[in-house]
Design a protein around this ligand. Structure first.
Ligand code: HEC
Length: 137
């Protein structure tokens, strides 16, 4: 049973990585107002306003298209720092995949958040993060 579960986890990760490579549109069409409510789950650890403080996690203002582990004054895990130097950027696709299961997308991350299972929640959240940063996409 464990082998089957491991197999499934590997498959799910491969699928999310494949999704990254093919730049799919799964993240599109979210509702920023609903996303603001979803963000309450993040707000224990993150601020989103411009110049907001780092909490347990870094400030997320303008996170879209920002290179991973690049917020000044925040001490990232070795795992996240490595992703950043390898060129990971927080495109919508990558955020969509990361937020489903942070520990699968960045093994060894300090972000001890289980993830948002529902694609709708992730879409809405991405729309909110864009709006909060003044992006219009
Ligand atoms: C329990 C605290 C916690 C919660 C809840 C949490 N995070 Fe995080 N988050 C972190 C930490 C800690 C890091 C830094 C991870 C590292 O260095 O490995 C992080 C990193 C991130 C990053 C990468 C930032 C960068 O500059 O590279 C993103 C994006 C992110 N979180 C988004 C979210 C969103 C969106 C939510 C809500 C769905 C959320 N997080 C919920 C603690 C949290």
């Amino acid at each position: 049973m464990k082998a089957v579960l491991n197999g499934l986890a590997t498959f799910a990760l491969a699928m999310s990585l494949a999704g990254v490579a093919s730049a799919n549109d799964d993240w599109k069409g979210g509702d920023a107002e609903k996303g603001e409510k979803v963000f309450k789950k993040c707000a224990a650890c993150h601020t989103v306003e411009e110049g907001g403080p780092n909490r347990v996690g870094p400030n997320l203002h303008g996170i879209l298209d920002r290179p991973a582990a690049s917020h000044a004054g925040y001490k990232y895990s070795a795992a996240m720092t490595k992703k950043g130097t390898e060129g990971l950027k927080w495109s919508e696709d990558n955020l969509f995949a990361y937020l489903e299961k942070p520990a699968a997308f960045v093994p060894g991350t300090n972000m001890t958040f289980i993830g948002l299972k529902k694609p709708e929640d992730r879409k809405d959240l991405i729309a909110f993060l864009e709006k909060a940063a003044g992006h219009t996409k």
